[in-house]
Design a protein around this ligand. Structure first.
Ligand SMILES: [Zn+2]
Length: 188
């Protein structure tokens, strides 16, 4: 009894808006109309010029366009961070720069996507998606594909040969007119 009275009181006063919205507003709300592309939230790492491209990621793409992997760094405490964002999570500074990194890392995890797949990817299956941990900071992880070498397709590596912890080196490949980082096996 006490619980339901408290919930009712919160809803009446607006003190707990989330609870009120979830319990009272969801069922009756009409479906939201589609959001036009130009009004969608910024894409996390959408390339420059793409719908929803985020200017915060410009340094990343500037590096990629020149074949260089860059990671955002705090100009105050020096911590690297990825994905890029305006504020340092360690010291809360808004001062930031872009630092080139070696492009070396190791496979932290991977998946082999199974159907149903988008048509453009279905023709490439089986392919891999890997998560790479960078040597500069193991906490920085990037999602990409392991490929056999520069310019190779994302299905150029037999998924059965992929190993957790395997050293990799960044490379860059054309993905529909946009240069994208990918990863290839490395000795170190
Ligand atoms: Zn900082």
């Amino acid at each position: 009894m006490n619980v339901s009275m408290n919930v009712g009181a919160d809803m009446d006063t607006g003190a707990n808006r989330n609870t009120g919205a979830n319990t009272a507003g969801t069922a009756a709300a009409p479906p939201a109309p589609p959001v036009p592309p130009e009004e969608r939230p910024p894409g996390l790492l959408a390339p420059p010029g793409a719908s929803g491209a985020d200017p915060e990621t410009a340094g990343f793409w500037e590096g990629v366009s020149r074949g260089q992997l860059k990671v955002q760094a705090c100009a105050t405490c020096g911590h690297l961070r990825f994905p890029p964002r305006p504020m340092c999570p360690w010291c809360r500074s808004f001062e930031r720069t872009w630092e080139p990194v070696s492009g070396k890392g190791s496979i932290w995890s991977y998946v082999v996507p199974h159907p149903p797949l988008l048509p453009a990817y279905a023709v490439l299956a089986p392919y891999n998606v890997i998560v790479v941990s960078l040597v500069e900071d193991a906490a920085i992880r990037m999602v990409g594909n392991l490929v056999a070498g520069p310019g190779a397709e994302i299905n150029s590596v037999d998924p059965a040969e992929i190993e957790i912890g395997q050293p990799v080196q960044v490379t860059f490949r054309d993905a529909g007119g946009v240069s994208m980082p990918a990863w290839m096996p490395s000795e170190t």
